[in-house]
Design a protein around this ligand. Structure first.
Ligand code: GLA
Length: 728
């Protein structure tokens, strides 16, 4: 039983954690605890009646000895006496903004309760999953708040979402509704973020919490390159292997907000959800508003275990079951190989070489449709350019398939170029505010897919492309942010719904496409990694991590991304040198070592390789295929890391009998010492042998002393060490 209810107390247990809250005085629900498993059910002693502050107010039917501003709340609301940043803000019919949420009822449900219309964690055949629904009611109106907690016992994860249900006679407007609130009694934590920019996504930031509000607020319409829907809190002394660490994810691909407020008493409140800036959603009488889902984990064994919990959870419960046991293809993408300059012959020759090297899929990137020779035209005109590709997509797919290689294609379905037949026919389909100039990004506008006819056009366009030839893979790109958020289909009081309706429309289109083409593998992309979130991963298990393909820089991007996301979803390719983004020259074997830790592929002109390079690439393809399951489904550990100097990481099989270690020396120093790489993944009582040196070690030797990596000469050198348990 993962969920217990006794004497007004709720206790949600996973394998290693407890989450607890209680119906306290006057029906307020107070949060008790989240962390390593504890046995007590009633944790009410953690919030004694203490008149803490002189300047406090309380609802008049309560007591000055019970101040909701001073106690940890389970789900807080704006407008009454909690003066902190709150989870919920509702505007009522009379223009007032307040909600006084008290316990109404609860029920325990077997399995997962799916969030409607939004991506969410799915049972996918796994057991030990229960959901708790707790209903709160505003004391003055018929607005109800349904809080859902799904407990995934095996993976140490709890998923949450909230419904705002209007049982009153008049509409209400939800102006803010966090998916997750977590109040702590203290604030002795570091806040871990994944921040960045285009071609520099998801670098790890870590700073102590301070009094006041910290966090970020995204209003780019997509998840953005700058901030992530993942964040973490950890003990100040936590590292990869020790200390407490909380990891949080919002399953959403649009404007989002993370707020952590440390109040006057040093208590921290964590909130995550849709960004409330400009947001307003009308809930008509009898309707509900449903927030995106959020999920969280706690690890008592440092950030490494926190990440592994999230990795396992995402692979099991966010990815569709369909992808669980399928080896995804090793690919070549022609973007950095040719950019817009390609034709039928070039692509077929890439496919021919690919087939010989062991590459399994050719992805034709941007430039195949309309009159697109650069990024200025044709988005929306999804018809093959037969000057470049005589015979169209059907002939090309056939030509590629004849070389023993699958065929995939790039589209940017949400976009429209001014210079396109689509724009000439429907200029009003581009998102804009009437009477105001439109902002342009990468020479293009965004289609208003919140309108049914536009959404249908996009669905038809994708269906015609995918259904018109043997296309087994779609790279779904989205290369600009949303501006002038406004739709002709929404009334003046409902424009605040636009951004969220846009995200719902993206999900809706994806849903239709994957149901229509269940075997189609989609790679999500947004100017590299600008829409890298678990919302997108629900529709397909891989995302292009960054437009920066430089192996040296990718180490930091991929290491950062691994904090919250499994390696198996990170698109990572070996590209040409000098690298197109940085001019840096990195040896081919090191480019391989970095790219192996992801959905491996190539992005360079493989028809122009030397014999030596050809041989090395064949070996890389073989290596990746041999180690596919270990890399993609094994447990991932971040090992030694000195930014800009050295990085190591490893994958261990679930039974710990196989460990694959990778390391890259980014910078060399004269007369440097040997490096020792401790391997916490090794099982202390097992004995391992190194495949290439035959050196043997006990697991505890690897845990405590580690591998010795002799001094290496040269920059961006790399090594691979494969340890296998000796059967004794
Ligand atoms: C974006 C993507 C690239 C490539 C180009 C094509 O920048 O991230 O990988 O597909 O678009 O225009």
């Amino acid at each position: 039983m993962a969920i217990l209810f006794k004497d007004g107390c709720f206790k949600l247990d996973t394998k290693n954690t407890t989450y607890s809250f209680k119906v306290a005085k006057f029906g307020y629900i107070l949060h008790g605890y989240y962390g390593k498993t504890v046995s007590d059910i009633d944790l009410g002693y953690t919030y004694p009646d203490l008149p803490r502050s002189y300047v406090a107010s309380v609802p008049e039917d309560t007591s000055m000895l019970f101040r909701i501003n001073d106690a940890p709340q389970e789900y807080s609301a704006y407008g009454i006496a909690d003066f902190r940043t709150t989870a919920l803000r509702i505007k009522h019919f009379d223009g007032s903004r307040a909600a006084d949420l008290r316990y109404f009822s609860h029920e325990i449900i077997d399995g997962v309760v799916a969030v409607k219309e939004l991506p969410h964690a799915t049972q996918n055949g796994f057991s030990d999953i229960e959901t708790l629904k707790v209903v709160l009611k505003d004391s003055a109106t018929d607005v109800f708040v349904n809080m859902y907690y799904t407990v995934f016992e095996q993976t140490d994860v709890i998923a949450r979402f909230v419904e705002i249900e209007n049982k009153g006679d008049n509409s209400v407007f939800v102006e803010k509704a966090a998916s997750l609130q977590l109040d702590f009694n203290d604030s002795d934590y570091d806040f871990i973020t994944l921040t960045g920019a285009w071609a520099k996504e998801r670098h790890v930031g870590r700073r102590p919490l301070v009094m006041g509000t910290q966090g970020y607020s995204v209003h780019t319409g997509t998840t953005s390159h700058q901030y992530s829907t993942f964040f973490a809190l950890c003990d100040k002394n936590a590292d990869e292997n020790m200390g407490g660490a909380y990891g949080f994810h919002l399953v959403y691909s649009g404007n989002h907000k993370t707020e952590i407020e440390v109040d006057q008493f040093g208590s921290a409140r964590v909130l995550a959800g849709i960004n409330d800036e400009g947001f307003s959603w009308e809930v008509k009488s009898g309707d509900k508003f449903v927030t995106p889902e959020a999920f969280m984990t706690y690890s008592n064994n440092g950030l490494g275990q926190m990440s592994r919990n999230l990795h396992e959870f995402i692979i099991r419960h966010i990815f569709r079951e369909k992808w669980h046991n399928v080896r995804r293809p090793l690919l070549i993408n022609n973007w950095e190989a040719t950019y817009f300059d390609f034709n039928y012959e070039k692509l077929v020759s890439l496919a021919e070489t690919a087939g010989k090297l062991g590459i399994e899929l050719l992805v034709m990137d941007d430039g195949w449709f309309g009159k697109r020779e650069d990024d200025k035209t044709s988005l929306g005109d999804w018809i093959a350019n037969t000057e470049k590709l005589p015979g169209g997509l059907e002939r090309l797919a056939k030509g590629v398939n004849e070389k023993g290689v699958k065929f995939g294609i790039w589209m940017e379905p949400e976009m429209i170029s001014e210079d396109s037949d689509l724009y000439r026919a429907h200029p009003d389909w581009a998102i804009s505010i009437p009477g105001r100039a439109k902002s342009i990004g990468r020479n293009q506008y965004v289609l208003d897919i919140t309108r049914d006819e536009v959404k249908q056009y996009v669905i038809d366009a994708i269906s015609n492309v995918i259904g018109g030839a043997n296309i087994e893979y779609l790279k779904w790109d989205m290369n600009r942010y949303l501006t002038e958020a406004y739709s002709l289909s929404l009334g003046k009081d409902n424009q605040g719904e636009f951004y969220h309706r846009y995200v719902l429309a993206v999900y809706d289109i994806l849903d239709v496409i994957i149901n229509k083409f269940p075997n189609l593998l989609i790679e999500h992309c947004s100017g590299g990694g600008g829409r890298f979130d678990t919302g997108m991963l629900y529709y397909s298990p891989q995302i292009w991590t960054s437009d920066d393909t430089d192996a040296h820089e990718r180490i930091e991007v991929q290491r950062g991304t691994s904090m919250g996301f499994p390696v198996t979803c990170m698109g990572s390719h070996v590209s040409a040198v000098p690298n197109h983004q940085t001019g840096r020259v990195t040896p081919l074997n090191t480019r391989g070592v970095v790219a192996y830790s992801g959905t491996f592929g190539y992005e360079l002109d493989i028809t122009a390789l030397t014999d030596e390079e050809r041989e090395e690439i064949s070996k890389q393809c073989e290596f990746y295929k041999e180690n596919y399951w270990l890399i993609n489904c094994g447990d991932y550990y971040r090992l030694n890391y000195v930014p800009g100097e050295f990085s190591a990481w490893c994958f261990a099989s679930k039974d710990k009998k196989e460990i694959l270690i990778f390391g890259v020396q980014l910078q060399a120093g004269a007369n440097d010492a040997n490096r020792f790489i401790k391997i916490p993944a090794a099982e202390k009582s097992m004995r391992y042998v190194d495949d290439s040196t035959n050196q043997t070690y006990f697991g505890d030797t690897l845990n405590n002393i580690g591998l010795c990596m002799p001094y290496q000469f040269g920059e961006r050198t790399s090594f691979i060490c494969h340890l296998r348990a000796i059967e004794e």
